[in-house]
Design a binder for this molecule. Structure first.
Ligand code: GDP
Length: 325
């Protein structure tokens, strides 16, 4: 199938075509890259936009359970929901591709939903590109909401923050009163903290954790893209399906406020600019992996190792060669 036909099938809502298209953007093959660029360009030309929600949380906080319950709630409201997992499956706890699927059993069977498990292996740069392009394909396929899930290893939150319209951090109730070692950078990215498992014996701890985080969020600087009261901490129970509708209301309010105040478009514009820079950087890195750059690097590296040239002088020579090439 040529890429134009595949893109049209994606736009027509054919989910097998969507799965194939995502496989194409995940591929590392050079000819597939050309296909992927064409596919994504066609997809973007459809001009559709979804609400892109980033969701992060360490293994065990209940991401799959939450996504299943939250996703089903949205599907029951007539919305179409796509779920993309960001982290390579080797980085997930016990996360085989099959594992991902069976963890969201109801949602994966729902006609209004599409679940794409994590790619089995990818470099971080590749993960960023794949995620961004897969989101574009899901938007073209007419999904209303794209949930982008990460376990928060390495730089994956940054990838999610750079692709999502808003970012949710899912936490579990803490035993003590410590802030669970959540990195400040992640807290700063969060538009909403949801403390999950607010049910049964865990409810008091969940409420306490929520209060702790609400306090911590208030201490963080208010951002111009936040309406009054955001970033916000709330409790939910994915198992009992409580708090989900309230969380969705808040998410929509935040999205609408940002749209009305120009922050929505501004964020997408600055994300596009960021991705441009990333593509250039990735492109430069791939130049280094090809001849003649690769050979020059190896030759100069050997001379540095032999004590013939200083690292700085060798780098300067190399960069001069690269600029002439
Ligand atoms: P993930 O690793 O973040 O995807 O977490 P899972 O969704 O697999 O859930 C991890 C464990 O927490 C499972 O045993 C779930 O049944 C449990 N869990 C998830 N959500 C809730 C909840 O709302 N309440 C309670 N009590 N347990 C939950």
């Amino acid at each position: 199938m040529d890429m134009e036909t595949l893109a049209q099938a994606v736009i027509a809502g054919d989910r097998r075509a969507l799965a194939r298209a995502i496989t194409r953007v995940e591929s590392a093959r050079a000819d597939h890259r050309t296909d992927a660029i064409r596919l994504v360009a066609e997809a973007r030309a459809a001009g559709r936009q979804a609400l892109r929600i980033g969701l992060s949380g360490t293994p065990g906080v209940g991401k799959s359970t939450f996504i299943e319950a939250f996703g089903m709630m949205l599907v029951d409201q007539g919305l179409r929901v796509a779920v993309l997992a960001v982290d390579p499956s080797s980085a997930r706890s016990g996360g085989s591709i099959l594992g991902d699927k069976t963890r969201m059993e109801r949602l994966s069977r729902a006609p209004g939903a599409f679940i794409r498990p994590s790619p089995s292996q990818a470099q971080m740069g590749g993960v960023a590109r794949r995620t961004r392009e897969a989101v574009a394909l899901c938007e073209a396929a007419g999904f209303d909401v794209v949930l982008i899930e990460t376990v928060g290893v390495g730089q994956s939150e940054t990838v999610v923050a750079e692709v999502a319209d808003l970012f949710i951090l899912l936490l579990a109730p803490a035993g003590g009163d410590e802030l669970q070692g959540v990195k400040r950078g992640i807290m700063e990215m969060a538009d909403m903290i949801l403390v999950n498992k607010a049910d049964g014996d865990l409810k008091p701890a969940a409420l306490r954790t929520m209060a702790d985080y609400a306090g911590a969020l208030r201490l963080l600087r208010r951002r111009p893209q936040d309406p009054e009261g955001f970033p916000k901490a709330m409790v939910v129970s994915a198992v009992q399906e409580t708090g989900l509708a309230t969380a969705w209301d808040e998410i929509r309010d935040l999205a609408n406020w940002r749209k009305a105040h120009g922050h929505w478009a501004a964020r997408r514009a600055s994300q596009a600019r960021h991705w441009f820079g990333e593509e250039v950087r990735q492109g430069l890195l791939s130049v280094l992996e090809r001849e003649p750059a690769k050979g020059s690097m190896a030759a100069l590296g050997a001379r540095v190792e032999a004590g013939d040239l200083s690292p700085e002088a060798a780098a300067a020579t190399f960069l001069a060669l690269l600029q002439r090439a």
